[in-house]
Each structure stands twice: as structure tokens, then as C-alpha cells.
Design a protein around this ligand. Structure first.
Ligand code: V47
Ligand code: SF4
Length: 364
């Protein structure tokens, strides 16, 4: 797949990077900065599309899945988060296991993946989460349970007074298959201190994922970008994920999450342009040479930008979702959910071939 002649990349200052990509060589931190500073985001996108096409052809994956948020009560109070409520505050909620099952029944989907996350509630013990997983797996034995971010796992360990390894081991025994990628935000300590000082540190986040991989669980990873971080912070974050993957190999998919500004206490100058969002997705594809999939999460990106992202390095469109709260509280204008037919139409609409997958990216 060659979109432009080599002279084009030479003119863009990307000749060395293009050569490395053609030879399958790993890009450096400095290469990452060069890609962010290149005057033409389309050239960066073309390189990412070359790599994405070598890896996945014109396939764009989608999944029949359902998101469930069990609580929005959270002790962390990250300043970018529009979803969080204090305990006792108006609009706060906690679902019981029966409520979660009722939501799954009401969707009547037979999902192949269920994604469950919530706030760090001060008093929900491990037994609550074990009961939830067991009840779902009893009902849907073949579903991939992708539940609880590393931040939640670290919080459960604190509430329960046990190690994160014990939390992971007990949740795996109750049916957990995979950790979602949330909570990574941006690893740079100075930025983390400003936007989410109380949540698990970068080191703790990475340690929980690596423990999960050691137990045979898979996981995803994310980066929240377009707030107060620098391009150096983004490249550092991506390289830390790449190094973590070198150590364990359990990351399946990376999800770049552009910061949505509504109802947030975090004020920023100018939000990123659509093209800069796409460039960040493209750089992710190019730096994360050991993570197989890049997700264009249509809920946060918006459907049209997610379609464009499929030409900037992304190969997964995520799924039916059903009900989403975190992005929508922060101003996401996308629908709450999509049907399988709509997902296939969106993917075909940008010239890709839709392929249904399960939570582990097995083709169905
Ligand atoms: O960790 C919170 C982010 C994440 C905002 O693993 C915000 O397959 C933008 O991680 N603007 C949760 N983003 C979502 C997430 C995710 C979603 C879909 C699939 C998977 C997966 C993971 O949402 C949080 C945080 O980084 N977030 N507030 C905001 N205002
Ligand atoms: Fe809590 Fe997560 Fe929101 Fe932070 S981003 S306040 S940890 S729900």
C-alpha cells in the first residue's frame, strides 16, 4: 500500500521514518516528536494507513457488545470527569446485580462482550463484584467479560485490604476475562497530578495490567489527550505502553480518547482540531508496533471522525455499546448505541470491509 511517492515524505521531513517503517524497524521517541511536528498530518496518516493495511488489509472490526456502568459515585474527583458524583449527591447511583442483569436482559442482544466500569465507590467490597460477574457468566457463559479498569482494581484492593494480585485472582475465578483500557489518562506525573491526583499512579496502572497479563487475562489500554499535556507527554505515554507490552504481551487494543470538554472542571485553551485528533491516532499506530489493534471509538470521536480514523491507522470501530454515560455526560453528541447493521454500514461507507469479532478479537 503506497499512497505517495518517497519524494513526498522527503519533502515532509519523514524520509528516515518512512524507511524505518518500510523495513519494519521500531520508531524512537524522537521519531514520535517528528511525526507530531510534521507540517502535514495527512503524510503521517498515510504512513499509519500503510502499517494498518499491512496488518489488517481493509478490514474494520466491530463487536456486538454492551456497556454497563454500575456506579458514578467516585472518591477520586478527576477534574476532567463529568460523570463522577459524590456519595449522597443528586444524580448519584449504584446498580445492584439484579439491575445489571435487568439491563442486559432488556437489551436482548446476546452480546459477545460486556464492558463494565464505574467510579471508585468508597464502600463496595469485592463480594459485590464477584457476585455480578458470576451472575452474568451464568446467564451468558460464552461472553467475554471486560470489566473494571486498573484504577478500579487498585481501589478494590484498598477497600478490601488485600493486594491487587488477590483482587485480580478472585475476579478471574468469578469470570473476569479482560480489563478495559480506561484510567491510563496520561502517564506524565506532572500532568497526572493536575488532572487526576487521587487516582492510581502510572506505575500502579501499569503494574495492575502486567499482573493481569501474568494471570493470563488480556487487557486494553488508552490515552486521554487534547487537554493540558504536551506532545512529549503523548509520545512518552505511548512508549511506556509499548515497553509494558514488551514485558508481558497481553494488550489487545489501544484506544485514543480525545478530551471532551462539556461539564468538566478542566478548562483548556483551544480543543484539538479534527485533523490533530487523527494525527494522534496515526502516531499511536506507528509507535505501538506491538499492539495489534487501534480502536476508533465512535462514541467519543463521533461517528464521522471514527470513520476517518479508519484511514489514519485505526482498524476497530468498537460496537453496539447500547448505553454510554462517561462520554455523553462530557458532551459526546453520538447516539447511545448502534445496531449491527448500522455499524456495518458505517464501516462500508468509508471503503472498509466489516468483520464481526468477539472481545478477544477472534473473528466470528
Ligand atoms: O478512563 C473520562 C475517559 C475513559 C472524559 O477498553 C474521558 O475497550 C474524554 O476507557 N473526555 C473510559 N474522555 C472509557 C474507556 C474505554 C471506552 C471504550 C472502550 C474501552 C476498551 C475503554 O474515558 C476514562 C477516561 O480516560 N474520559 N472523561 C472526557 N471528558
Ligand atoms: Fe472517578 Fe474515573 Fe471519573 Fe476519575 S475518571 S473521577 S476515577 S469515574
Amino acid at each position: 500500500m503506497r499512497l505517495f511517492k518517497n519524494t513526498y515524505y522527503e519533502n515532509m521531513g519523514l524520509a528516515t521514518i518512512k524507511k524505518k517503517i518500510d523495513n519494519g524497524e521500531r520508531l524512537s521517541f524522537e521519531d514520535g516528536i517528528t511525526l507530531f511536528e510534521c507540517p502535514e498530518p495527512l503524510a503521517v496518516g498515510a504512513l499509519a494507513h500503510q502499517v494498518r493495511t499491512q496488518m489488517h488489509g481493509d478490514t474494520a472490526f466491530y463487536v456486538v457488545n454492551q456497556h454497563v456502568n454500575y456506579t458514578n459515585v467516585c472518591v477520586n474527583g478527576c477534574i476532567f470527569c463529568a460523570y463522577q458524583r459524590e456519595e449522597g449527591q443528586d444524580g448519584g447511583f449504584v446498580l445492584s446485580t439484579d439491575d445489571v442483569i435487568a439491563k442486559i436482559d432488556a437489551a436482548a442482544l446476546t452480546p459477545s462482550e460486556i464492558h463494565i466500569v464505574g467510579g471508585c465507590h468508597p464502600r463496595l467490597g469485592l463480594a459485590y463484584f464477584e457476585a455480578m460477574l458470576t451472575a452474568i457468566k451464568t446467564r451468558l457463559p460464552n461472553v467475554v467479560l471486560k470489566c473494571f479498569t486498573a484504577v478500579e482494581i487498585a481501589h478494590f484492593a484498598e477497600v478490601e485490604g488485600v493486594s491487587t494480585l488477590e483482587v485480580l485472582t478472585r475476579l478471574k475465578a468469578a469470570g473476569l476475562d479482560m480489563l478495559p483500557g480506561g484510567g491510563a489518562e496520561i502517564f506524565a506525573p506532572a500532568i497526572r497530578q493536575q488532572i487526576c491526583a487521587r487516582k492510581a499512579t502510572a506505575k500502579e496502572w501499569l503494574a495492575v495490567h502486567e499482573q493481569a497479563h501474568g494471570l493470563g487475562l488480556k487487557s486494553n489500554c488508552t490515552m486521554l489527550f487534547g487537554h493540558i499535556e504536551s506532545i512529549e507527554d503523548r509520545v512518552d505515554h505511548l512508549i511506556q505502553l509499548r515497553e509494558s507490552q514488551d514485558r508481558g504481551g497481553g494488550y489487545t487494543c489501544f484506544i485514543p480518547l480525545p478530551f471532551l470538554t462539556e461539564n468538566s472542571q478542566l478548562t483548556i485553551g483551544n480543543p484539538l482540531t479534527g485533523l490533530e485528533e487523527l494525527r494522534t491516532i496515526a502516531v499511536s499506530r506507528l509507535l505501538l508496533d506491538n499492539i495489534p489493534h487501534i480502536k476508533a471509538y465512535w462514541v467519543m470521536l463521533g461517528v464521522k471522525q471514527a470513520q476517518a480514523a479508519l484511514k489514519f491507522g485505526a482498524d476497530d470501530f468498537d460496537g453496539t455499546v447500547v448505553e454510554e454515560k462517561i462520554g455523553h455526560e462530557a458532551g459526546a453528541t453520538s447516539e447511545q448505541g448502534m445496531t449491527r447493521t448500522e455499524l456495518m454500514e458505517m464501516i462500508r461507507g468509508c471503503g472498509c470491509t466489516p468483520v464481526e469479532r468477539d472481545g478477544f478479537f477472534n473473528k466470528l
